[in-house]
Design a protein around this ligand. Structure first.
Ligand code: ZN
Length: 680
């Protein structure tokens, strides 16, 4: 057990609430090798603690203060965070099925308790009665933000309205689950009768798709089947057929569900005093209003349109040189021609760089780069107990010299294994709070390697992902030292949270950074300059087209939510988007909205990716390209953007670092990088 960094009070409180035998650590559920019953009891201990703190704050007689009301509220929030982080980790990463199963049930239980607190009228009234006029700025900010969240959830409304809000929210949850389940259950397939139709696909793909006794090959709409066909198959007819099967999954059932969702969201927005759902959904974001999302879309469109037109012309000319009958590129041929163009123009084969990216070297390179950029050290915590022996743990200490003040801890859980989730993400393990608990974060990866004898040669895109997720990790560790957990790093506005991660991605395209770790796995030779240039050039191609595609999706998601739902014609909106933004011609059979899962989680706010990207590139432009790792911008970035966590608004974070609001100059330059210098 490691609890030197936890004040005795917090530990005693949790222990008093009853930590089960089997889990010997109040903040780290996996420690002590618990069984399912012990996990349940561990969660219950934290839920009891949250309930006790809530009762304590409601029982206050006399004037309400930060100490007697906000402080227990924040501790209740921390107890719920802990109750949620534990089972979330087990559900995603425990090698034991028994624990993953119990964790799913516990997550729902904690979710209910969280809803209860965040919809509690008495708690809202108690917080509202606190006098914060003499409190410090972060405390005032915390209070304002919390009260606004309560109001956006309708907690300040009369009881009949609150009941109606709850009904509509339950209805939305149910509809979203059905939408997702319909997608999961709607795997389609096509049949290929002539093996010649699969020309262009890699040998391992052919090997995985043998013909049956009748000579028929079946290809499903699952990603590992779908992507290679769209990228490599020479047959246009095959790509068109599979594209149609893929983009009509869960149709028409999910079209009807989506229209129902739009209706319920609109009703909910009206109840809460907003004209449209888009107004409600942007009210607590950096942008603030749907009109500002339009500004973002229009500005980015201006920045990307000239490049997209040039890229499109180049692609069509290239396709014509191979097939003179081609005048347009339909969407189902876009990946194929882009891949062919990159190979022919840059001579770059994504397989050719893998030997320079063996996993262990890349990890060392990322840690080394992060250490220099953020002025921290990563000290192996070899005695730390982990949930799987493959997980490595580092304590993060301040300064590049050893022996600095401990700032937090990171867990690197990097390779696939049975039962582990298939994604790449960073998540909170221990919620940090100044003088109470140090932040701990976990990187969930599914990178190559991890088996004895396998060097784990990584793809270019995987290395970028590693940098991306590490950006989240540093945000979590450096920003997790606030006075209150409610203003921690991941409480920052949703349209900002991907900025620190996308910012770190940019470091990877820098020669000096790559040189620190990209060495051939067998010979130890550095990556040749020519190969590096090709890699960077190939990566930079078609940024205009891809930004325009993102804008099409952002516009689609916004437009269906910023008007009366009965006037929404999904097919017409999709068609308008293609005409306005897409480089490739629309396939008339496309019903992608039936499988566009972001419409459930992000609703009208698909733009958030683009907003974070604009900021990330603007941030990165402040660094000295010649001295990326050691220049002064990095420390200023740590102090003004990462360390404040969510204690000020994201617009303030941006202004504090840039000295002005975000601009579109950096993103424009980034989009046009491909045209900046001749290919070597
Ligand atoms: Zn991310």
């Amino acid at each position: 057990m490691r609890m030197a960094e936890i004040v005795a009070g917090a530990v005693l409180a949790t222990s008093a609430a009853g930590v089960a035998q089997g889990t010997s650590d109040p903040l780290r559920v996996w420690v002590g090798n618990p069984d399912a019953a012990a996990v349940h009891a561990w969660v219950q201990g934290h839920l009891d603690e949250a309930a006790r703190l809530e009762a304590q704050l409601l029982a206050v007689k006399g004037p309400r203060t930060v100490e007697n009301t906000l402080a227990p509220f924040d501790e209740a929030t921390r107890a719920l965070d802990t109750a949620s982080s534990g089972p979330s980790l087990l559900n995603n990463a425990s090698p034991k099925k028994e624990l993953r199963d119990v964790a799913q049930i516990e997550i729902q239980r904690v979710g209910k308790a969280g809803d209860e607190l965040s919809l509690n009228r008495a708690v809202y009234e108690a917080l509202r009665a606190v006098d914060v006029s003499k409190a410090d700025a972060p405390t005032k900010f915390y209070m304002e933000k919390t009260l606004r969240e309560y109001r956006l959830a309708g907690v300040d409304k009369d009881e009949a309205t609150r009941n109606k809000v709850r009904d509509l929210q339950d209805k939305l949850t149910g509809l979203a689950l059905r939408y997702q389940r319909n997608i999961a259950e709607s795997v389609a397939h096509i049949e290929v009768k002539d093996v010649a139709e699969l020309e262009g696909l890699p040998a391992d793909y052919m090997h995985r798709h043998p013909a049956n006794a009748e000579g028929v090959i079946t290809i499903t709409t699952d990603e590992p089947d779908y992507r290679p066909v769209m990228t490599y198959a020479k047959s246009t007819a095959l790509r068109q057929r599979l594209f149609a099967a893929y983009n009509t999954r869960a149709y028409p059932v999910n079209k009807d569900l989506l229209l129902e969702v739009l209706g319920v969201r609109s009703e909910l927005a009206h109840l809460l005093g907003f004209a449209t759902w888009a107004e409600l959904a942007t009210a607590d974001k950096m942008v603030g209003t749907p009109a500002n999302v339009r500004v973002l879309i229009d500005e980015l469109d201006k920045a990307a349109r000239p490049a997209a037109a040039k890229e499109k012309a180049e692609l069509i000319a290239f396709a014509q040189s191979k097939d003179s009958s081609i005048t347009e590129i339909p969407e189902y041929s876009s990946s194929y021609w882009t891949e062919q163009y990159k190979r022919a123009t840059y001579g770059f084969d994504s397989q050719s760089v893998r030997s320079y990216f063996p996993f262990a070297q890349v990890q060392e390179g990322v840690l080394h780069a992060a250490s220099r950029i953020f002025h921290v050290s990563f000290v192996p915590a070899k005695d730390a107990e982990v949930w799987d022996p493959s997980v490595t743990v580092f304590d993060v200490t301040d300064g590049v010299a050893p022996g600095g003040k401990k700032l937090g801890r990171i867990y690197l859980d990097m390779h696939p294994r049975a039962g582990k989730n298939k994604w790449f993400n960073a998540s909170t393990v221990v919620t940090g709070k100044r003088d109470v608990a140090l932040p701990e974060a976990r990187l969930n990866g599914n990178f190559a390697g991890g088996e004895a004898g396998d060097p784990g040669l990584m793809q270019y895109a995987d290395v970028v992902t590693f940098f991306h997720e590490f950006g989240h990790m540093m945000h979590g560790v450096l920003g997790g030292h606030q006075e209150w957990v409610g203003i921690g790093p991941f409480s920052v506005e949703w349209d900002f949270v991907e900025a620190p991660s996308q910012m770190l991605e940019e470091f990877f395209a820098n020669r000096a950074v790559i040189d620190t770790f990209a060495k051939d796995a067998k010979t130890g030779a550095s990556m040749p300059k020519e190969l590096f240039d090709k890699m960077v050039k190939a990566d930079a191609f078609a940024r205009g087209i891809s930004i325009e595609r993102q804008l099409m999706l952002a516009n689609f998601s916004l437009t269906m939510h910023d008007r009366a739902p009965q006037t929404v014609d999904l097919d017409a909106l999709l068609h308008e988007g293609y005409v306005k933004y897409a480089a490739f011609t629309e396939a008339p059979e496309n019903r992608m909205y039936a499988t566009f899962t972001h419409l459930m989680g992000y609703s009208s706010n698909y733009y958030t990716y683009m907003q974070s990207k604009v900021i990330a590139l603007d941030f990165f432009a402040q660094f000295d390209e010649k001295n990326l790792l050691d220049g002064p911008a990095a420390m200023r970035y740590r102090k003004t953007v990462l360390e404040p966590g969510g204690s000020v608004s994201a617009n303030t974070l941006v202004k504090n670092f840039l000295g002005r609001p975000q601009s579109y100059d950096a993103v424009r330059k980034w989009i046009n990088e491909e045209f900046a210098a001749p290919v070597k």
